[in-house]
Design a protein around this ligand. Sequence first.
Ligand code: BG6
Length: 498
Amino acid sequence: MPATQEKAVLITLFGGTGDLAQRKLYPALFRLFKKGYLRQHFAVIGTARREWSDAYYREIVMQSIASLSDDETEKEEFSSHFYYLSHNVQNTQEYQQLKELASELDKKYQTQQNRVFYLAMAPQFFGTITEHLKTQHLLTEQGFNRLIIEKPFGHNLESAIELNDQLAQTFEETQIYRIDHYLGKEMVQNINAIRFSNIFFEPLWNNKFVDNVQITLSEEVGVGTRAGYYDTSGGALLDMVQNHIFQILSLLIMEPPVQMDGNDVRQEKIKALRSLRAYSPEDVKQNFVRAQYTQSEELLGYLQEDGVVEHSRTETYVAGKLMVDNFRWAGVPFYIRTGKRLANKNTVIHIQFRSVDVNLFHSPTQVDILPDVLTIHIQPSQGMSFNINVKQMGLSNDIERKPLLHYVSPEQEKDIPEAYERLILECLNGNNANFAHRQEVELSWKFIDLVRSAWDNDTSSDLPTYPAGSHGPKEGDDLLARDGFSWHSCDTIYCPNE
Ligand code: BG6
Protein backbone atom coordinates (compact mmCIF):
# COMPACT_ATOMS: atom_id res chain seq x y z
CA MET A 1 0.00 0.00 0.00
CA PRO A 2 1.63 3.31 -1.00
CA ALA A 3 1.98 5.75 1.86
CA THR A 4 -0.29 8.24 0.05
CA GLN A 5 -3.28 5.95 0.71
CA GLU A 6 -2.92 6.45 4.42
CA LYS A 7 -5.50 8.77 5.94
CA ALA A 8 -4.72 11.27 8.65
CA VAL A 9 -7.73 11.77 10.91
CA LEU A 10 -9.03 12.11 14.42
CA ILE A 11 -12.36 10.36 14.85
CA THR A 12 -14.52 11.41 17.78
CA LEU A 13 -17.10 8.78 18.40
CA PHE A 14 -20.18 9.70 20.43
CA GLY A 15 -21.68 6.43 21.64
CA GLY A 16 -18.28 4.76 22.00
CA THR A 17 -19.52 2.14 24.44
CA GLY A 18 -22.53 1.18 22.32
CA ASP A 19 -23.53 -1.86 20.39
CA LEU A 20 -23.00 -0.36 16.93
CA ALA A 21 -19.47 0.73 17.83
CA GLN A 22 -18.53 -2.70 19.10
CA ARG A 23 -20.27 -4.79 16.47
CA LYS A 24 -19.56 -2.70 13.39
CA LEU A 25 -17.32 0.33 13.81
CA TYR A 26 -14.25 -1.04 15.58
CA PRO A 27 -14.06 -4.04 13.25
CA ALA A 28 -14.48 -1.71 10.23
CA LEU A 29 -11.70 0.60 11.45
CA PHE A 30 -9.47 -2.39 12.13
CA ARG A 31 -9.95 -3.69 8.59
CA LEU A 32 -8.94 -0.27 7.27
CA PHE A 33 -5.92 -0.41 9.56
CA LYS A 34 -4.91 -3.82 8.27
CA LYS A 35 -5.17 -2.55 4.70
CA GLY A 36 -3.05 0.48 5.49
CA TYR A 37 -5.70 3.19 5.11
CA LEU A 38 -5.34 3.93 8.80
CA ARG A 39 -1.88 3.46 10.26
CA GLN A 40 0.11 5.98 12.24
CA HIS A 41 -1.78 9.19 11.75
CA PHE A 42 -5.11 8.38 13.26
CA ALA A 43 -6.68 8.37 16.69
CA VAL A 44 -10.14 7.67 18.04
CA ILE A 45 -11.74 9.35 21.02
CA GLY A 46 -14.62 7.24 22.30
CA THR A 47 -17.11 9.09 24.47
CA ALA A 48 -20.18 8.06 26.44
CA ARG A 49 -21.64 8.63 29.89
CA ARG A 50 -19.96 5.65 31.52
CA GLU A 51 -16.71 6.07 33.44
CA TRP A 52 -14.20 3.97 31.55
CA SER A 53 -10.41 4.19 31.50
CA ASP A 54 -8.37 4.19 28.29
CA ALA A 55 -7.08 0.76 29.27
CA TYR A 56 -10.57 -0.68 29.71
CA TYR A 57 -11.76 0.94 26.48
CA ARG A 58 -8.85 -0.60 24.59
CA GLU A 59 -9.76 -3.99 26.03
CA ILE A 60 -13.29 -3.57 24.65
CA VAL A 61 -11.86 -2.61 21.26
CA MET A 62 -9.55 -5.65 21.39
CA GLN A 63 -12.53 -7.89 22.13
CA SER A 64 -14.54 -6.55 19.24
CA ILE A 65 -11.74 -7.27 16.75
CA ALA A 66 -10.58 -10.52 18.38
CA SER A 67 -11.67 -12.79 15.53
CA LEU A 68 -10.22 -10.60 12.79
CA SER A 69 -6.54 -11.38 13.28
CA ASP A 70 -4.24 -13.79 15.05
CA ASP A 71 -1.56 -11.17 15.32
CA GLU A 72 -1.77 -9.83 18.88
CA THR A 73 0.85 -7.14 18.28
CA GLU A 74 -1.10 -5.77 15.36
CA LYS A 75 -4.31 -5.66 17.38
CA GLU A 76 -2.57 -3.99 20.30
CA GLU A 77 -0.97 -1.44 18.07
CA PHE A 78 -4.37 -0.64 16.58
CA SER A 79 -6.10 -0.31 19.97
CA SER A 80 -3.33 1.93 21.29
CA HIS A 81 -4.81 4.66 19.06
CA PHE A 82 -8.06 4.62 21.09
CA TYR A 83 -8.76 7.07 23.96
CA TYR A 84 -11.78 7.31 26.18
CA LEU A 85 -13.48 10.32 27.70
CA SER A 86 -16.55 10.11 29.89
CA HIS A 87 -18.81 12.81 28.54
CA ASN A 88 -22.28 14.18 29.07
CA VAL A 89 -23.30 15.63 25.69
CA GLN A 90 -25.56 18.19 27.34
CA ASN A 91 -22.89 19.65 29.59
CA THR A 92 -21.20 22.56 27.82
CA GLN A 93 -18.14 22.60 30.10
CA GLU A 94 -17.28 19.01 29.27
CA TYR A 95 -16.69 19.92 25.62
CA GLN A 96 -13.57 21.76 26.81
CA GLN A 97 -11.97 18.50 27.91
CA LEU A 98 -12.89 16.99 24.60
CA LYS A 99 -11.31 19.91 22.80
CA GLU A 100 -8.10 19.66 24.79
CA LEU A 101 -7.78 15.93 24.22
CA ALA A 102 -8.49 16.43 20.52
CA SER A 103 -5.73 19.06 20.18
CA GLU A 104 -3.30 16.84 22.06
CA LEU A 105 -4.06 13.87 19.80
CA ASP A 106 -3.93 16.06 16.68
CA LYS A 107 -0.33 16.83 17.59
CA LYS A 108 0.65 13.40 18.83
CA TYR A 109 -0.61 11.63 15.71
CA GLN A 110 -0.15 14.48 13.23
CA THR A 111 -3.71 14.14 12.04
CA GLN A 112 -3.46 17.37 10.02
CA GLN A 113 -6.45 18.62 12.01
CA ASN A 114 -8.75 16.40 10.00
CA ARG A 115 -11.77 15.53 12.08
CA VAL A 116 -14.65 13.14 11.76
CA PHE A 117 -17.43 13.31 14.34
CA TYR A 118 -19.38 10.07 14.41
CA LEU A 119 -22.71 10.19 16.23
CA ALA A 120 -23.51 6.55 16.98
CA MET A 121 -26.29 7.36 19.40
CA ALA A 122 -29.92 8.39 19.79
CA PRO A 123 -30.84 11.12 17.30
CA GLN A 124 -32.45 13.37 19.90
CA PHE A 125 -28.90 14.38 20.87
CA PHE A 126 -27.67 15.19 17.36
CA GLY A 127 -28.73 18.85 17.58
CA THR A 128 -27.13 19.45 20.98
CA ILE A 129 -23.89 17.79 20.01
CA THR A 130 -23.44 19.57 16.70
CA GLU A 131 -24.32 22.91 18.25
CA HIS A 132 -21.67 22.40 20.94
CA LEU A 133 -19.09 21.30 18.38
CA LYS A 134 -19.47 24.72 16.84
CA THR A 135 -19.86 26.94 19.89
CA GLN A 136 -17.10 25.15 21.82
CA HIS A 137 -14.76 25.34 18.81
CA LEU A 138 -14.14 21.67 18.21
CA LEU A 139 -14.12 22.19 14.47
CA THR A 140 -10.71 22.91 13.01
CA GLU A 141 -9.65 25.61 10.61
CA GLN A 142 -6.98 23.76 8.66
CA GLY A 143 -8.23 20.22 8.19
CA PHE A 144 -11.57 18.80 7.15
CA ASN A 145 -14.55 18.51 9.48
CA ARG A 146 -17.08 15.79 8.67
CA LEU A 147 -20.11 14.48 10.47
CA ILE A 148 -21.35 10.89 10.25
CA ILE A 149 -24.83 10.14 11.54
CA GLU A 150 -26.94 7.04 11.72
CA LYS A 151 -30.65 6.62 11.07
CA PRO A 152 -33.37 7.35 11.98
CA PHE A 153 -33.16 10.79 10.40
CA GLY A 154 -36.38 11.97 12.02
CA HIS A 155 -39.61 10.02 12.30
CA ASN A 156 -41.60 12.01 9.74
CA LEU A 157 -41.05 14.88 7.32
CA GLU A 158 -41.44 17.59 9.92
CA SER A 159 -38.95 16.11 12.38
CA ALA A 160 -36.52 15.31 9.54
CA ILE A 161 -36.55 18.95 8.42
CA GLU A 162 -36.04 20.08 11.99
CA LEU A 163 -33.11 17.71 12.43
CA ASN A 164 -31.55 18.69 9.10
CA ASP A 165 -31.94 22.37 9.98
CA GLN A 166 -30.18 21.80 13.30
CA LEU A 167 -27.28 20.04 11.61
CA ALA A 168 -27.07 22.80 9.01
CA GLN A 169 -26.33 25.33 11.76
CA THR A 170 -22.90 23.74 12.15
CA PHE A 171 -22.14 21.71 9.03
CA GLU A 172 -22.50 22.34 5.32
CA GLU A 173 -24.55 19.69 3.54
CA THR A 174 -21.38 18.39 1.85
CA GLN A 175 -19.83 17.75 5.28
CA ILE A 176 -22.74 15.60 6.49
CA TYR A 177 -22.51 11.85 5.85
CA ARG A 178 -25.87 10.18 6.56
CA ILE A 179 -25.18 6.47 6.67
CA ASP A 180 -27.51 4.01 5.05
CA HIS A 181 -25.56 0.79 5.33
CA TYR A 182 -27.36 -0.66 2.31
CA LEU A 183 -25.46 1.85 0.16
CA GLY A 184 -22.25 0.18 1.33
CA LYS A 185 -23.27 -3.28 0.12
CA GLU A 186 -21.29 -4.65 -2.81
CA MET A 187 -24.24 -5.37 -5.08
CA VAL A 188 -26.05 -2.14 -4.27
CA GLN A 189 -22.92 -0.30 -5.36
CA ASN A 190 -22.94 -2.50 -8.44
CA ILE A 191 -26.32 -1.17 -9.63
CA ASN A 192 -24.71 1.88 -11.22
CA ALA A 193 -21.94 -0.19 -12.76
CA ILE A 194 -24.41 -2.63 -14.31
CA ARG A 195 -26.62 0.15 -15.61
CA PHE A 196 -24.02 2.56 -16.90
CA SER A 197 -21.17 0.44 -18.15
CA ASN A 198 -23.07 -1.95 -20.42
CA ILE A 199 -24.42 -0.97 -23.81
CA PHE A 200 -27.39 -3.29 -23.61
CA PHE A 201 -29.05 -2.40 -20.30
CA GLU A 202 -29.39 1.37 -20.33
CA PRO A 203 -31.23 1.56 -23.70
CA LEU A 204 -33.78 -0.91 -22.31
CA TRP A 205 -34.02 0.69 -18.85
CA ASN A 206 -37.36 2.43 -19.39
CA ASN A 207 -41.08 1.94 -19.85
CA LYS A 208 -40.74 0.80 -23.46
CA PHE A 209 -39.00 -2.38 -22.38
CA VAL A 210 -39.45 -2.88 -18.64
CA ASP A 211 -42.71 -4.47 -17.53
CA ASN A 212 -42.27 -4.22 -13.78
CA VAL A 213 -39.59 -4.05 -11.12
CA GLN A 214 -39.58 -5.98 -7.85
CA ILE A 215 -37.52 -5.14 -4.79
CA THR A 216 -37.56 -7.61 -1.88
CA LEU A 217 -35.80 -7.21 1.46
CA SER A 218 -36.96 -10.21 3.42
CA GLU A 219 -35.58 -11.14 6.81
CA GLU A 220 -35.69 -14.39 8.71
CA VAL A 221 -35.09 -12.74 12.08
CA GLY A 222 -37.88 -11.34 14.22
CA VAL A 223 -37.72 -8.09 16.14
CA GLY A 224 -35.76 -9.77 18.94
CA THR A 225 -34.35 -7.53 21.64
CA ARG A 226 -35.33 -4.37 19.75
CA ALA A 227 -39.05 -5.14 20.03
CA GLY A 228 -39.82 -2.23 22.40
CA TYR A 229 -38.06 0.29 20.18
CA TYR A 230 -39.44 -1.17 16.95
CA ASP A 231 -42.98 -1.16 18.27
CA THR A 232 -42.98 2.50 19.23
CA SER A 233 -40.74 3.85 16.47
CA GLY A 234 -42.96 2.79 13.61
CA GLY A 235 -42.49 -0.75 12.29
CA ALA A 236 -41.28 -1.97 8.92
CA LEU A 237 -42.33 1.14 6.99
CA LEU A 238 -39.92 3.31 8.94
CA ASP A 239 -37.32 0.67 9.69
CA MET A 240 -36.75 -0.58 6.14
CA VAL A 241 -38.86 1.20 3.52
CA GLN A 242 -38.20 4.89 4.17
CA ASN A 243 -34.45 4.35 4.07
CA HIS A 244 -33.08 1.15 2.52
CA ILE A 245 -35.83 0.45 -0.02
CA PHE A 246 -36.09 4.07 -1.12
CA GLN A 247 -32.32 4.28 -1.57
CA ILE A 248 -32.30 1.17 -3.77
CA LEU A 249 -35.33 2.43 -5.67
CA SER A 250 -33.76 5.82 -6.35
CA LEU A 251 -30.61 4.16 -7.75
CA LEU A 252 -32.76 2.07 -10.08
CA ILE A 253 -34.88 4.91 -11.39
CA MET A 254 -32.45 7.83 -11.54
CA GLU A 255 -31.15 9.29 -14.80
CA PRO A 256 -27.46 8.78 -15.62
CA PRO A 257 -25.42 11.34 -13.69
CA VAL A 258 -22.87 13.48 -15.53
CA GLN A 259 -20.18 12.01 -13.28
CA MET A 260 -20.18 9.42 -10.54
CA ASP A 261 -19.50 11.97 -7.85
CA GLY A 262 -21.53 12.85 -4.79
CA ASN A 263 -22.98 16.00 -6.21
CA ASP A 264 -24.18 14.58 -9.51
CA VAL A 265 -25.37 11.22 -8.24
CA ARG A 266 -27.31 12.75 -5.37
CA GLN A 267 -28.92 15.37 -7.58
CA GLU A 268 -30.18 12.60 -9.88
CA LYS A 269 -31.54 10.62 -6.94
CA ILE A 270 -33.33 13.70 -5.66
CA LYS A 271 -34.91 14.28 -9.07
CA ALA A 272 -35.95 10.64 -9.22
CA LEU A 273 -37.62 10.75 -5.82
CA ARG A 274 -39.47 13.89 -6.83
CA SER A 275 -41.14 11.86 -9.59
CA LEU A 276 -42.82 9.41 -7.21
CA ARG A 277 -46.58 9.57 -7.47
CA ALA A 278 -48.12 10.95 -4.27
CA TYR A 279 -50.88 8.76 -2.89
CA SER A 280 -54.26 9.71 -1.43
CA PRO A 281 -55.55 7.62 1.51
CA GLU A 282 -57.63 5.65 -0.99
CA ASP A 283 -54.54 5.04 -3.18
CA VAL A 284 -52.68 3.81 -0.11
CA LYS A 285 -55.47 1.35 0.57
CA GLN A 286 -55.25 0.06 -3.00
CA ASN A 287 -51.47 -0.01 -3.31
CA PHE A 288 -50.01 -0.78 0.10
CA VAL A 289 -50.28 -3.81 2.34
CA ARG A 290 -49.19 -4.08 5.94
CA ALA A 291 -49.19 -7.17 8.08
CA GLN A 292 -47.89 -8.63 11.31
CA TYR A 293 -46.40 -12.05 12.03
CA THR A 294 -48.26 -14.44 14.26
CA GLN A 295 -47.13 -17.40 16.30
CA SER A 296 -46.23 -20.52 14.39
CA GLU A 297 -45.24 -23.91 15.69
CA GLU A 298 -41.74 -22.93 16.67
CA LEU A 299 -41.71 -19.17 16.59
CA LEU A 300 -43.28 -16.46 18.71
CA GLY A 301 -45.75 -14.10 17.16
CA TYR A 302 -45.05 -10.36 17.16
CA LEU A 303 -47.59 -9.71 19.92
CA GLN A 304 -45.82 -12.24 22.14
CA GLU A 305 -42.41 -10.58 21.76
CA ASP A 306 -41.01 -8.93 24.87
CA GLY A 307 -41.65 -5.18 24.80
CA VAL A 308 -44.51 -5.11 22.28
CA VAL A 309 -47.64 -3.42 23.63
CA GLU A 310 -50.86 -5.38 23.86
CA HIS A 311 -52.93 -5.24 20.68
CA SER A 312 -50.15 -3.39 18.87
CA ARG A 313 -50.97 -2.68 15.22
CA THR A 314 -47.34 -2.06 14.29
CA GLU A 315 -46.57 -3.71 10.95
CA THR A 316 -43.71 -6.16 10.58
CA TYR A 317 -44.36 -6.56 6.85
CA VAL A 318 -44.98 -4.02 4.09
CA ALA A 319 -45.63 -4.52 0.41
CA GLY A 320 -46.40 -1.70 -1.94
CA LYS A 321 -46.73 -0.62 -5.52
CA LEU A 322 -45.09 2.66 -6.47
CA MET A 323 -45.45 4.61 -9.66
CA VAL A 324 -42.82 6.94 -11.05
CA ASP A 325 -44.45 9.68 -13.06
CA ASN A 326 -41.75 10.76 -15.46
CA PHE A 327 -40.94 10.17 -19.13
CA ARG A 328 -38.72 7.19 -18.45
CA TRP A 329 -40.94 5.26 -16.08
CA ALA A 330 -44.57 6.30 -16.63
CA GLY A 331 -46.77 3.21 -16.38
CA VAL A 332 -44.18 0.81 -14.94
CA PRO A 333 -45.10 -0.54 -11.49
CA PHE A 334 -42.33 -0.81 -8.92
CA TYR A 335 -43.29 -3.41 -6.35
CA ILE A 336 -41.52 -3.40 -3.01
CA ARG A 337 -41.76 -5.65 0.03
CA THR A 338 -39.99 -6.25 3.27
CA GLY A 339 -40.77 -8.18 6.39
CA LYS A 340 -39.41 -9.80 9.49
CA ARG A 341 -39.86 -13.48 10.33
CA LEU A 342 -40.23 -14.48 6.72
CA ALA A 343 -39.07 -17.82 5.38
CA ASN A 344 -35.55 -16.65 4.60
CA LYS A 345 -33.12 -13.77 4.42
CA ASN A 346 -33.16 -12.56 0.85
CA THR A 347 -32.40 -9.14 -0.59
CA VAL A 348 -33.02 -9.15 -4.28
CA ILE A 349 -34.07 -6.95 -7.20
CA HIS A 350 -35.81 -8.23 -10.32
CA ILE A 351 -36.12 -6.16 -13.46
CA GLN A 352 -38.73 -7.90 -15.58
CA PHE A 353 -38.60 -6.95 -19.24
CA ARG A 354 -41.56 -7.05 -21.59
CA SER A 355 -42.25 -10.20 -23.54
CA VAL A 356 -41.52 -10.36 -27.25
CA ASP A 357 -44.49 -9.27 -29.37
CA VAL A 358 -44.75 -12.43 -31.44
CA ASN A 359 -44.10 -15.94 -30.22
CA LEU A 360 -42.56 -17.98 -33.02
CA PHE A 361 -41.99 -20.93 -30.78
CA HIS A 362 -45.42 -22.25 -30.00
CA SER A 363 -45.40 -25.92 -29.33
CA PRO A 364 -47.82 -28.27 -27.62
CA THR A 365 -45.62 -28.31 -24.55
CA GLN A 366 -45.02 -24.63 -24.37
CA VAL A 367 -47.46 -21.84 -24.95
CA ASP A 368 -45.85 -18.70 -23.58
CA ILE A 369 -42.31 -17.51 -23.70
CA LEU A 370 -41.30 -16.23 -20.28
CA PRO A 371 -40.07 -12.65 -20.12
CA ASP A 372 -36.39 -11.88 -19.66
CA VAL A 373 -35.52 -10.99 -16.06
CA LEU A 374 -32.40 -9.35 -14.76
CA THR A 375 -31.93 -10.34 -11.14
CA ILE A 376 -29.53 -8.62 -8.79
CA HIS A 377 -28.87 -10.67 -5.68
CA ILE A 378 -27.70 -8.40 -2.89
CA GLN A 379 -27.60 -10.91 -0.04
CA PRO A 380 -26.97 -13.54 1.17
CA SER A 381 -25.73 -14.53 -2.30
CA GLN A 382 -24.08 -11.68 -4.13
CA GLY A 383 -24.21 -11.45 -7.87
CA MET A 384 -26.55 -11.27 -10.79
CA SER A 385 -28.30 -13.45 -13.29
CA PHE A 386 -29.85 -12.50 -16.58
CA ASN A 387 -32.61 -15.02 -17.14
CA ILE A 388 -33.17 -15.38 -20.87
CA ASN A 389 -34.72 -17.79 -23.36
CA VAL A 390 -32.76 -20.26 -25.44
CA LYS A 391 -33.59 -23.32 -27.48
CA GLN A 392 -33.59 -26.58 -25.55
CA MET A 393 -30.64 -28.67 -26.54
CA GLY A 394 -31.39 -31.57 -28.81
CA LEU A 395 -34.13 -32.32 -31.27
CA SER A 396 -36.77 -30.19 -29.57
CA ASN A 397 -37.48 -26.66 -30.75
CA ASP A 398 -38.95 -25.68 -27.43
CA ILE A 399 -37.65 -22.67 -25.63
CA GLU A 400 -36.28 -22.91 -22.14
CA ARG A 401 -35.07 -20.35 -19.64
CA LYS A 402 -31.34 -20.23 -18.87
CA PRO A 403 -29.43 -17.74 -16.79
CA LEU A 404 -26.29 -15.80 -17.69
CA LEU A 405 -24.48 -15.63 -14.40
CA HIS A 406 -22.03 -13.58 -12.44
CA TYR A 407 -21.73 -14.58 -8.78
CA VAL A 408 -19.25 -14.00 -6.01
CA SER A 409 -17.77 -17.34 -5.00
CA PRO A 410 -17.48 -18.33 -1.33
CA GLU A 411 -13.68 -17.78 -1.59
CA GLN A 412 -14.15 -14.29 -3.00
CA GLU A 413 -16.80 -13.43 -0.42
CA LYS A 414 -14.33 -13.07 2.40
CA ASP A 415 -12.51 -10.32 0.46
CA ILE A 416 -15.61 -8.19 0.03
CA PRO A 417 -15.42 -5.21 2.34
CA GLU A 418 -18.17 -4.94 4.89
CA ALA A 419 -20.56 -1.98 4.37
CA TYR A 420 -19.21 0.08 7.27
CA GLU A 421 -15.61 -0.39 6.22
CA ARG A 422 -16.40 0.87 2.75
CA LEU A 423 -18.54 3.78 3.86
CA ILE A 424 -16.12 5.00 6.52
CA LEU A 425 -13.33 4.97 3.94
CA GLU A 426 -15.53 6.88 1.47
CA CYS A 427 -16.13 9.48 4.17
CA LEU A 428 -12.38 9.75 4.85
CA ASN A 429 -11.91 10.25 1.10
CA GLY A 430 -14.54 12.99 1.07
CA ASN A 431 -16.74 11.02 -1.32
CA ASN A 432 -20.37 11.43 -0.31
CA ALA A 433 -22.03 9.75 -3.33
CA ASN A 434 -23.18 6.83 -1.18
CA PHE A 435 -24.62 8.92 1.63
CA ALA A 436 -28.13 10.32 1.70
CA HIS A 437 -28.57 14.01 0.92
CA ARG A 438 -31.05 15.87 3.12
CA GLN A 439 -33.44 16.26 0.21
CA GLU A 440 -33.43 12.52 -0.44
CA VAL A 441 -34.33 11.94 3.18
CA GLU A 442 -37.04 14.59 3.14
CA LEU A 443 -38.56 13.43 -0.15
CA SER A 444 -38.77 9.88 1.08
CA TRP A 445 -40.46 11.04 4.29
CA LYS A 446 -42.89 13.08 2.22
CA PHE A 447 -44.08 9.88 0.56
CA ILE A 448 -43.88 7.69 3.67
CA ASP A 449 -45.94 10.18 5.70
CA LEU A 450 -48.82 9.71 3.24
CA VAL A 451 -48.81 5.99 3.86
CA ARG A 452 -48.34 6.31 7.58
CA SER A 453 -51.15 8.80 8.05
CA ALA A 454 -53.54 6.78 5.87
CA TRP A 455 -52.80 3.75 8.04
CA ASP A 456 -52.96 5.62 11.32
CA ASN A 457 -56.34 7.06 10.41
CA ASP A 458 -57.67 3.67 9.49
CA THR A 459 -58.14 1.95 12.80
CA SER A 460 -61.11 -0.13 11.76
CA SER A 461 -59.68 -2.44 9.08
CA ASP A 462 -58.29 -5.73 10.22
CA LEU A 463 -54.53 -5.95 10.13
CA PRO A 464 -53.53 -8.86 7.87
CA THR A 465 -51.28 -11.46 9.46
CA TYR A 466 -48.82 -14.13 8.34
CA PRO A 467 -47.42 -17.07 10.29
CA ALA A 468 -43.86 -16.49 11.51
CA GLY A 469 -41.47 -18.26 9.15
CA SER A 470 -43.84 -18.14 6.15
CA HIS A 471 -43.61 -16.30 2.82
CA GLY A 472 -45.77 -13.42 4.03
CA PRO A 473 -49.46 -12.59 3.73
CA LYS A 474 -51.65 -13.47 0.78
CA GLU A 475 -52.44 -9.75 0.41
CA GLY A 476 -48.81 -9.18 -0.61
CA ASP A 477 -49.26 -11.62 -3.50
CA ASP A 478 -52.65 -10.21 -4.47
CA LEU A 479 -51.06 -6.80 -5.02
CA LEU A 480 -49.18 -8.16 -8.06
CA ALA A 481 -51.78 -10.70 -9.14
CA ARG A 482 -54.22 -7.83 -9.70
CA ASP A 483 -51.85 -6.50 -12.38
CA GLY A 484 -51.23 -9.94 -13.86
CA PHE A 485 -47.79 -10.37 -12.24
CA SER A 486 -46.34 -12.43 -9.42
CA TRP A 487 -43.30 -12.12 -7.20
CA HIS A 488 -40.37 -13.89 -8.77
CA SER A 489 -39.02 -16.80 -6.84
CA CYS A 490 -36.63 -19.64 -7.50
CA ASP A 491 -39.40 -21.22 -9.57
CA THR A 492 -39.11 -18.50 -12.20
CA ILE A 493 -35.54 -17.22 -12.01
CA TYR A 494 -32.13 -18.63 -11.23
CA CYS A 495 -31.26 -18.80 -7.54
CA PRO A 496 -27.74 -19.58 -6.42
CA ASN A 497 -27.32 -22.42 -3.93
CA GLU A 498 -30.70 -23.90 -4.77
C1 BG6 B 1 -31.53 -2.11 9.86
C2 BG6 B 1 -32.89 -2.33 10.49
O1 BG6 B 1 -31.45 -0.83 9.30
O2 BG6 B 1 -31.32 -3.08 8.84
C3 BG6 B 1 -32.99 -3.74 11.05
O3 BG6 B 1 -33.07 -1.40 11.53
C4 BG6 B 1 -32.67 -4.75 9.97
O4 BG6 B 1 -34.29 -3.99 11.58
C5 BG6 B 1 -31.34 -4.41 9.31
O5 BG6 B 1 -32.63 -6.04 10.55
C6 BG6 B 1 -31.09 -5.32 8.12
O6 BG6 B 1 -29.79 -5.10 7.66
P1 BG6 B 1 -29.00 -6.23 6.87
O7 BG6 B 1 -27.71 -5.61 6.50
O8 BG6 B 1 -28.87 -7.38 7.81
O9 BG6 B 1 -29.86 -6.60 5.72
